[in-house]
Design a protein around this ligand. Structure first.
Ligand SMILES: Nc1ncnc2c1ncn2[C@@H]1O[C@H](COP(=O)(O)OP(=O)(O)OP(=O)(O)O)[C@@H](O)[C@H]1O
Length: 311
């Protein structure tokens, strides 16, 4: 397995506060990786360390198998990034901004500016000053600049959160295309789960500087399953009946009164009937869609409770 990024025990302390805490991140080459976490959870700080804008306090980072040192800058030729807000020479045109970037990075390939402008759908506005661009256009120009030198890894810090739904859709399909066409690994940080879960092969969830979990797409799809949630007076007895009488196995006992069933969803009435006839009181029966959002919130809850206990 080739990894675009692996961090090992990565930590950052500033002013006595640990803002990235022993973080292990694993981004495979060529995949889209959603880096999810609430405000202030440490996403930008992590990306800054991967881009060598900040030095870690502890731990290490490998990019395509090479350990990053404070003086390593060559690897950045292979890394495009938009960290925090993309800044441009506002009075200059989009094309001029890209020409300057091309010159500074020493990347000579002819025609690449036209190609990326086309890819981000800015060909028609390429001669207009950037100051006349909407936020969405600036985000797209930022992407054009980040992919201009044909990197194998893109680091995008919240590239979609300030866009309207149409803009989000556009950027999302552009990123999926880029990843497919160029085999780019893309790390996208966000605090909006629903926008990323459809496109990401892996999701990493960060909270208070710690990686709570990394999930594959397959695990995510399983999480997006439909289920029937039964609220009952006796969860154990209900579970016994489901298993022994109906031969069901795809269910989870969430707590003493809650059972979530993932099979034979069109037979809810019949199952309800059986439970009742065997003396289990069914208080409610609801069709549910588990989402990554639910999972994320439960992980954060668990982590908060754990932090509370260890104080
Ligand atoms: N230069 C700095 N000096 C001190 N503390 C900082 C600095 N930069 C960030 N922090 C703190 O580190 C924590 C993590 O911030 P970071 O910007 O990495 O989070 P984030 O997940 O990107 O948040 P957001 O989604 O709001 O951008 C926050 O508590 C923030 O206040």
């Amino acid at each position: 397995m080739t990894y675009a990024i692996q961090t090992h025990g990565l930590s950052k302390r500033i002013g006595g506060h640990t803002i990235v805490d022993n973080l292990n991140m694993n981004v495979k080459a060529g995949e889209i990786y959603a880096f999810l976490g609430g405000n202030g959870s440490g996403k930008t700080s992590t990306l800054k360390m991967i881009a060598n804008l900040w030095k870690p306090t502890a731990g290490s980072i490998e990019v395509f198998g090479k350990t990053i040192k404070p003086q390593s800058y060559e690897y950045l030729q292979n890394v495009g990034s938009i960290i925090e807000y993309p800044r441009f020479y506002e009075r200059l045109s989009a094309r001029k901004n890209l020409e300057i970037h091309q010159k500074l990075s020493g990347y000579e390939e002819k025609g690449c500016i036209d190609q990326v402008l086309k890819q981000v759908d800015l060909s028609l506005s390429s001669e207009s000053p950037v100051s006349t661009f909407s936020l969405g256009m600036k985000q797209r120009l930022g992407l054009a600049r980040a992919i201009l030198t044909r990197p194998s890894l893109l680091l995008l810090d919240e590239p979609i959160n300030s866009l309207d739904p149409a803009g989000i859709k556009e950027i999302r399909s552009l990123l999926i295309d880029l990843s497919k066409q160029r085999g780019l690994a893309i790390v996208i940080s966000s605090h909006i789960l629903s926008e990323l879960e459809e496109m990401a092969a892996t999701v990493g969830i960060i909270h208070r500087g710690r990686m709570l979990t990394e999930l594959s797409y397959q695990a995510i799809s399983e999480m997006n399953r439909q289920s029937i949630e039964f609220m009952v007076d006796d969860g154990q007895k209900a579970a016994f009946l489901l298993h022994e009488r109906l031969g069901l196995s795809k269910f989870t006992v969430v707590d003493a009164h809650t059972i979530r069933l993932y099979e034979r969803l069109n037979e809810g009435g019949k199952i309800n009937g059986l439970l009742s006839s065997e003396g289990v009181e069914v208080r409610s029966m609801v069709l549910k869609q588990d989402t990554l959002e639910d999972y994320f919130l439960s992980l954060v809850d668990r982590s908060n409770n754990h932090a509370g206990e260890s104080k």
